[in-house]
Ligand binder design. Structure first.
Ligand SMILES: [Zn+2]
Length: 282
């Protein structure tokens, strides 16, 4: 259900108080309040983890670990150590998973995670602007979805069988029509988060025109958000399930308070070359 006028008004009022009751940002506060209230009504947290902690945090690790990506368990697959969920291109993260086998880890590290590292570095300019790429490469996008799968509560994995198969497929060509409209949101917050974090949010209302799951990663002043595609719970949501609705990611207080700058980065669709003799336009 979309937020009511009263709900937005209350949230906008709270922003005005946090701003130190300074006037002149009414329109910004209203837009940010509307976006944040819609998100709070549409989603509930399914997983949240700090990325930098004194002790390593390990997700999963059932007595007999299975790999979330190839579904093999020990001893058919090797699990020599817990593996970092967020590549170290982002920073010195401590969040790890016990449910990625050595083979899958090495495959990802040499392919999609390397693509993500380049993408992340291109976003992370020092001057506070949000420049960089105009779109998100498929490999980088797959790496973000891989992180979403890694932090997901295990009971949710059943809805993402096609997603997991797609993440593990080294071939990035696919039917563009399936992914048209898919995008990653990139944010530059006004202030850095003290503790970097990842989160997975789950849709509350099955009929709402929202993606089933939203993954977010925040490090320093950069936040990225994606909706893992091909979720079986999104089958009835043609087109609307492909990008997060967005949040304000407001930081700071008083005169220093502000919503994050935001960019929508569409997925780079790699079309398979058409076979000769095929009609280009139906
Ligand atoms: Zn595996």
């Amino acid at each position: 259900m979309p937020p009511t006028w009263e709900q937005i008004q209350l949230a906008a009022y709270e922003r005005w108080e946090r701003r130190g009751r300074a006037h002149g940002a009414d329109r910004e506060d209203w837009a940010a309040a509307e976006m944040d209230v819609a998100f709070q009504l549409g989603f509930r947290p399914a997983a949240e983890y700090p990325l930098a902690s004194d002790e390593p945090v390990v997700v999963g690790g059932r007595p007999k670990p299975g790999c979330r990506f190839c579904e093999r368990a020990a001893p058919r697959a090797r699990f020599s150590q817990a593996r970092l969920i967020v590549p170290d291109a982002v920073g010195a993260t401590r969040l790890a998973t016990a449910e990625t086998c050595d083979d899958c880890y090495e495959q990802f590290a040499g392919s999609i995670d390397a693509d993500f590292g380049r993408f992340w570095r291109s976003l992370a300019s020092e001057d506070g602007t949000l420049d960089g790429p105009a779109s998100v490469p498929v490999g980088a996008y797959k790496a973000m979805v891989r992180m979403a799968i890694a932090v997901m509560p295990s009971r949710e994995l059943q809805h993402f069988a096609d997603t997991i198969e797609w993440v593990g497929n080294p071939d990035h060509d696919f039917d563009g029509s399936l992914f048209s409209g898919t995008a990653c949101l990139a944010y530059r917050t006004r202030h850095a988060y003290g503790v970097p974090w990842v989160s997975l949010s789950r849709r509350i209302d099955a009929d709402a025109p929202l993606p089933y799951a939203i993954f977010a990663l925040a490090w320093g002043r950069l936040v990225i958000e994606v909706a893992p595609p091909l979720c079986s719970k999104d089958q009835d949501h043609d087109g609307v399930a492909l990008r997060p609705p967005g949040r304000s990611f407001t930081t700071g207080f008083g005169g220093e308070m502000g919503a994050a700058a935001r960019r929508v980065l569409p997925l780079e669709v790699v079309e398979r070359p058409r076979r000769r003799g095929m009609r280009l336009f139906a």
